[in-house]
Design a protein around this ligand. Structure first.
Ligand code: C2E
Ligand code: MG
Ligand code: MG
Length: 730
């Protein structure tokens, strides 16, 4: 019986088992099944069926119920016991209801009664096969689904980013496992919590914008940077103290119907957050480096300039003043040169600390480079306010620094520029405070000085000065000028002070104040001093030989020259070479230099004194010398600083310092010479107070050798001196 209308098997390759105890029935069943395109195996009787079923799986079993020995019921029990996955169609002549019911109860798929109609049997079998097919497809699908779900879960949970979902109210509905390693929270800590509980307080506004805007697609929030609270401690990083973590966050609105993004459709927010704290830290370090000095951790030039410009804008708006201090350490170079750079570095740090202790909130102390610091005081009312701070700084720096058992003394020279008098831009204020600082350096250091318009500055930077000065020295551009010193009892020139000048090829005559500080810093000062001394000894020896008078010469010594180990020998041999008597030479040493390194300087000066030279304390009165202090030095003359002489006026100005100096000189049996005498009033006053010599513009400024020869020839200032003394109010 060929069923040509049903040639295609439902499940090609279906595994079918036919079971009957009657060989002829088994054969005809096999034929029937084969006719419909199915391959089937035969089992003759229950025993054979059980053996085959044990051996391999089948999709469908056509089972005869009534068989001797092992019956169809036994097979059903066996299949159920062994949990074999096959559909059993019972084919049996036992039409009794209970037999069929029992078979179905025991797991049979269907029932066909013998003698069967071929169509019915095949169609029942094919129904079972279809079912098999469906089940296997389902199973496959289920497996696939399971696989893909766990794949997704795996992907989400092993993502290096935090993956989250918020509901429409902003509460967490999902976070992946990363939450634990990133922030130290468990999923349960967060599910149901509002996002504000996780966001750093300072970033709540950013978060609010990000999550409440419900953006999607192109408008979704990308790369929003914010901090999330963390329970984990960060490895000690230098500049980041917060425990919170910087993340870069994406947020995209999720809608129940993606085509209709309405408020009603909004179900929540999906997004990711990536840990960027390392990058932020690096940025912060880079930022810090760009705006701070790495040694002292103080703001650097760039940051100072920023703050200065801000300060100026505020001062302008509020019609207030502002001060910039330029501070240069006086003896730093010496420490660096003798004790090494690492000691120098430690000293700078210690200085920075001390300076900081003098400041108020709002002041900015910055390291400008080397041993220079700049101080911005944005809140000052008067110059007196600034004087208080400058004095405090000088005072604090006066006590020694003890580093590694070394007692280190550093002083400071402070230049001050006030807004608006000394400039109305940051640049001008810094430059002018620098100029003022140079002036105090040039006047013996350790003090402060306000900028005034008379201070000129010919060189734009110190580097230019240094380069041109080196060049000038080797090109012979330095000159020695002489300023006469006049006896106040005879009006005769008793001596000259040798003062250096720089005949610059384009800038003309440059005053010492403009280049000596640089020369001191760079060590060029010793070459300059030695040049001036050699030239002066030679000139004066010549003038004496020419009968121009029994004059002496005063030469200025720098700290650096005095500190040279070979100072005494070099100086003496230069003097001997000129043929000038040592008794005709006076060494001018500033009060500040004397105080710098007493143990080194005193023996040298004693030696010089022994060789017949005399020693004057220059710029006397600007330092802190006390009487007992001065007694230790082998000095013969005090040279009153010109600032005190300038204080003598015809009106009732205070010249009490001069009076004190005069008294001191008398007490110590020292000669007194006044410098910077410019008018008759001053001259008269000094004479009447027992000052023996004077030097100043009233007689002559410092002039080239040719001109001083003229003065020596005339040598008569009698008409200035021999005037009747007048009463002067002091
Ligand atoms: P100083 O040794 O106190 O020299 C006196 C300064 O006062 C000179 O300034 C002189 O020109 C100035 N002066 C003299 N009379 C008057 C006056 O009546 N009124 C005013 N306003 N000023 C007067 P100068 O030549 O500019 O020298 C400045 C300083 O530079 C000197 O002060 C000295 O400390 C230093 N200096 C000059 N030449 C040398 C040198 O060869 N070696 C060293 N180490 N220092 C030098
Ligand atoms: Mg001098
Ligand atoms: Mg002087």
């Amino acid at each position: 019986m060929l069923h040509a209308d049903n040639p295609e098997p439902v499940l090609p390759g279906a595994r079918i088992l036919l079971v009957d105890d009657k060989p002829e029935l088994l054969t005809s069943l096999h034929e029937l099944v084969s006719l419909h395109g199915y391959q089937a195996e035969k089992a003759l009787g229950g025993q054979a069926a059980m053996e085959i079923l044990q051996e391999k799986p089948f999709d469908v079993v056509l089972l005869d119920l009534i068989m001797p020995g092992i019956s169809g019921h036994d097979i059903l029990d066996f299949v159920s016991r062994e949990q074999l996955d096959c559909k059993i169609i019972v084919v049996s002549g036992d039409g009794s209801f209970s037999g069929v019911r029992h078979a179905l109860h025991c797991g049979a798929f269907d029932f066909v009664k013998k003698p069967y109609a071929a169509d019915e049997l095949i169609s029942t079998m094919e129904t079972a096969l279809r079912q098999c097919q469906l089940e296997s497809e389902n199973q496959k699908m289920e497996l696939q689904l399971k696989e893909s779900e766990s794949l997704h879960r795996f992907i989400v949970n092993s993502s290096p980013d935090l993956v989250y979902m918020l509901d429409r109210n902003g509460c967490f509905t999902f976070v992946n496992d990363r939450i634990d390693t990133l922030l130290g929270f468990t999923r349960d800590d967060l599910i149901g919590k509002h996002y504000t509980e996780l966001v750093d307080d300072d970033d709540l506004e950013v978060a609010h914008n990000t999550f409440n805007e419900r953006r999607t697609g192109d408008r979704a929030a990308h790369n929003v940077e914010m901090r999330l609270k963390s329970r984990l401690t960060r490895r000690g990083s230098r500049f980041l103290h917060s425990q919170n973590i910087w993340v870069e966050l994406t947020a995209e609105g999720v809608y129940s119907d993606p085509r209709e993004r309405t408020r009603d459709n909004f179900v929540g927010t999906y997004g990711t957050a990536r840990d960027i704290s390392e990058r932020r830290e690096q940025e912060q370090v880079i930022n810090f480096q760009a705006y701070h000095d790495l040694l002292t951790h103080l703001p650097n030039r760039a940051l100072l300039k920023d703050r200065l410009n801000l300060g100026i804008a505020q001062a302008r708006r509020n019609k207030r003043k502002l001060a910039v201090m330029f501070l240069d350490l006086d003896r730093f170079k010496l420490v660096n040169d003798t004790l090494g750079h690492s000691m120098g570095d430690r000293l700078l740090k210690a200085v920075a600390n001390r300076l900081q202790s003098c400041l108020r909130r709002g002041d900015t102390l910055s390291r400008f480079g080397g041993d220079e610091f700049t101080l911005l005081l944005p809140e000052v009312r008067t110059r007196d306010d600034v004087v208080v701070i400058a004095s405090k700084i000088l005072d604090r720096l006066n006590s020694p620094f003890v580093i590694d058992g070394h007692e280190l003394f550093v002083g400071a020279s402070i230049g001050i520029a006030m807004y608006p008098e000394a400039g109305d831009t940051g640049e001008a204020l810094i430059q002018n405070s620098d100029i003022a600082m140079y002036h105090i350096k040039g006047r013996g250091k350790n003090g402060y000085q306000f900028f005034s318009d008379e201070m000129q500055y010919k060189f734009s930077t110190r580097l230019t000065t240094e380069r041109e000065l080196r060049n000038g020295l080797s090109q012979g551009e330095l000159r020695v000028y002489y300023q006469p010193q006049v006896s106040l009892s005879t009006g005769q020139i008793t001596g000259v002070e040798a003062l250096v000048r720089w005949q610059h090829p384009t800038r003309g005559v440059v005053e010492p104040i403009e280049f000596l500080p640089v020369a001191e810093e760079t060590g060029l000062i010793t070459r300059i001093d030695e040049f001036v001394q050699q030239q002066a000894f030679k000139d004066v020896a010549e003038w004496r030989r020419a009968g121009l008078g029994d004059i002496h010469v005063s030469v200025n010594l720098s700290t650096t020259q005095l500190e040279q180990d070979s100072f005494v020998e070099r100086f003496t041999s230069s003097l001997e070479a000129s043929g000038l008597e040592p008794s005709s030479v006076k060494l001018e040493i500033t009060e500040h230099t004397l105080m710098q390194d007493m143990e080194v300087i005193i023996p040298k000066l004693k030696e010089m004194r022994k060789r017949g030279l005399s020693i004057a304390v220059d710029d006397f009165g600007t330092g802190y010398s006390s009487l007992s202090y001065l007694q230790q030095f082998p000095i013969s003359t005090l040279k009153v600083d010109r600032s005190f002489v300038g204080d003598i006026r015809a009106d009732n100005s205070d010249a009490s310092i001069i009076n004190a100096i005069v008294a001191m000189a008398r007490g110590l049996n020292l000669e007194l010479i006044a410098e910077g005498v410019e008018n008759r009033t001053q001259l008269r006053y000094l004479r009447s107070h027992g000052c023996s010599e004077a030097q100043g513009f009233i007689f002559s400024k410092a002039v080239p050798a040719k001109e001083v020869i003229e003065l020596l020839r005339n040598n008569s200032f009698d008409e200035l001196i021999l005037e009747e003394p007048e009463n002067v109010v002091v």
